[in-house]
Design a protein around this ligand. Structure first.
Ligand code: NAD
Length: 497
């Protein structure tokens, strides 16, 4: 892919190691103490900027600002006003899309060609929810006991929403939480990941320039243990929307109990990809590879458990290994990069530990399995795309979310066995099936326990289609019309005529 702009020039203009304040009540706020968090480029280790290490007092300020906006100016906005605001933000995202994508790539390493490709997921989401803003409605209900009573429902915004997001898709994760909140009339306090806080701050700036009233969107930077925990337990936050690991999701759900917050959780996964013997291998091989390698494995929906019909297992693994070996790793801003780095050294070390566990538990390394060395990889954390064969269901790499570029391939003999084994996980975020048989596809779709099932494709996300998990992958959905309801309360109204 070639870019028709200079990504490195944009990168230099965006971040030169300076301090970036957080955004509370329409003002840019510095750190209360000397404590700042350094943000580095995961591909090179070079410093990008530093941000405040916000804590409970900053979260409290932000929640107060969000509450004041919710009760004040923002409550005077009509649905049409909110729609116009979202559309204005969407237009500004169009104008500044290259800048946002370069920022996203610098924040978390994903190749620019991929961040640029997220346009529909992000700007489409803003426009989708702009449409929803003027489509909110309650019901008129025929009262069952009296003809002289009129009963109807009103849908009202839940109030102040705390949004806590991970580092692996800062732009998309921010917008997927802010857009429905603005559409429904809620206000937001966003706590980005400490690993990737810069793009959410850039988004706040664009929203401010688009005319978002003060306090409607606030961004507090900081760690999970400090700012995140303070937001999750704040008594004046009405709802928490969280994307991140299952363990943190459980902590957040517990923290919300005291004031009975609404909580929705988009959590981890260990998704199965099932390749039937009649699959179109031309499509299935690259799709199965990129189902894991796309974000260097750092994606919740990674189809990391690869079940392949024994009849084609050998050929499939050979082709998969050849594909993996052809992928170019490098800096995300380079146009010929297919895969970027892992987010930081601890994440790379964690992946290496999983690779070592696979070897010691008897899996066969088909390709990859090592860090990349050499000048091009200095300062970054690059692990070669890896395939293990001969994996058994009970092995650690087949059970735990690795969040790295590691595929665990396992043969199966019958479709019934494949579905049973695919479902034998505490997670239920996504699943993939490759088959040319429509009947097989429908049977598998029905039986697979997952929030999304892709057939003859993978990794597609659309603003109009609900996304989310079952079991330990969480509850609640993002996208689709039902998502709007998660930001609304229902008020029943009775009128005696
Ligand atoms: P994480 O759970 O460590 O952190 C996510 C966010 O929670 C960060 O902002 C962090 O600062 C904050 N946090 C941490 N501890 C907290 C606490 N005690 N209270 C409040 N906030 C806290 O996850 P991560 O490492 O940033 O991201 C990777 C995980 O996210 C993986 O498990 C992945 O599957 C999951 N994920 C899920 C989806 C989805 O849509 N289901 C999407 C992307 C990532």
């Amino acid at each position: 892919m070639t870019f028709n702009f200079d990504p490195r020039a944009i990168a230099r203009s965006l971040y030169a190691g300076e301090f970036r304040p957080m955004f509370i009540g329409g003002r840019w706020i510095g750190a209360r103490s000397d404590e700042v968090l350094a943000v580095t480029d995961p591909a090179s280790g070079q410093p990008l900027a530093s941000v405040p290490r916000g804590g409970a007092a900053d979260i409290d300020d932000a929640v107060k600002a969000a509450r004041a906006a919710f009760e004040g100016e923002w409550s005077t906005f009509t649905p049409y006003d909110r729609q116009c605001l979202l559309l204005r933000i969407a237009d500004m995202f169009e104008e500044r899309w290259n800048e946002l994508c370069v920022s996203d790539t610098l924040d978390m390493g994903l190749p620019l060609a991929r961040t640029l490709g997220n346009r529909r997921r992000v700007i489409g989401m803003l426009r989708f929810y702009a449409g929803q803003a003027t489509a909110l409605h309650g019901d008129t209900i025929s009262n069952s006991v009296s003809n002289d009573i009129v009963t109807f429902t009103r849908r009202e915004p839940v109030g102040v929403v705390g949004a806590i997001i991970p580092w692996n898709a800062p732009t998309a994760a921010s917008i997927w939480k802010i857009a429905p909140a603005l559409a429904t009339g809620c206000t937001v306090v966003l706590k980005p990941s400490e690993e990737a806080p810069l793009t959410p701050l850039l988004i706040a700036k664009i929203m401010q320039e688009a005319g978002t009233p003060d306090g409607v969107v606030n961004v507090v930077t900081g760690t999970g243990a400090e700012a995140g925990a303070a937001l999750a337990s704040h008594p004046d936050v009405n709802k928490i929307v969280f994307t991140g690991s299952t363990a943190t999701g459980q902590t957040i759900a517990r923290a919300g109990v005291d004031n009975l917050k609404h909580v929705s959780l988009e959590l981890g996964g260990k998704s199965p990809m099932i390749i039937c013997r009649d699959a179109d291998l031309e499509k299935a091989v690259p799709t199965a590879a990129m189902a894991v390698y796309a974000h260097s494995g750092q994606i919740c929906i990674a189809g990391s458990r690869l079940f392949v019909d024994r009849a084609i297992h050998g050929e499939f693994l050979e082709r998969l290994a050849a594909y993996a070996e052809g992928l170019r790793l490098g800096h995300g801003l380079d146009s010929d990069t297919d895969l970027g780095p892992l987010i930081n050294a601890p994440q790379a070390a964690k992946v290496e530990t999983y690779i070592a566990s696979a070897r010691s538990e008897g899996a066969e390394l088909v390709t990859g399995g090592a860090r990349l060395a050499g000048a091009a990889y200095d300062g970054g954390n690059f692990i070669a795309p890896t395939v293990f064969g001969g994996v058994r269901d009970e092995m650690t790499i087949a059970r735990e979310e690795i969040f790295g570029p590691v595929i665990s391939a396992m043969p199966f003999d019958t479709l019934d066995e494949a579905v049973t084994r695919a479902n034998a996980t505490p997670y239920g975020l996504a699943a993939g099936v490759f088959t040319r048989d429509l009947g097989t596809a429908h049977k598998m779709v029905k039986r697979l326990k997952a929030g999304s099932v892709w057939v003859n494709m993978y990794h597609a996300i659309d603003p109009a289609v609900p996304f989310g998990g079952v079991k330990m992958s969480g509850y609640g959905r993002e996208g689709g019309t039902e998502h709007v309801g998660e930001y609304l309360e229902t008020k029943a109204v009775w009128i005696q005529t």
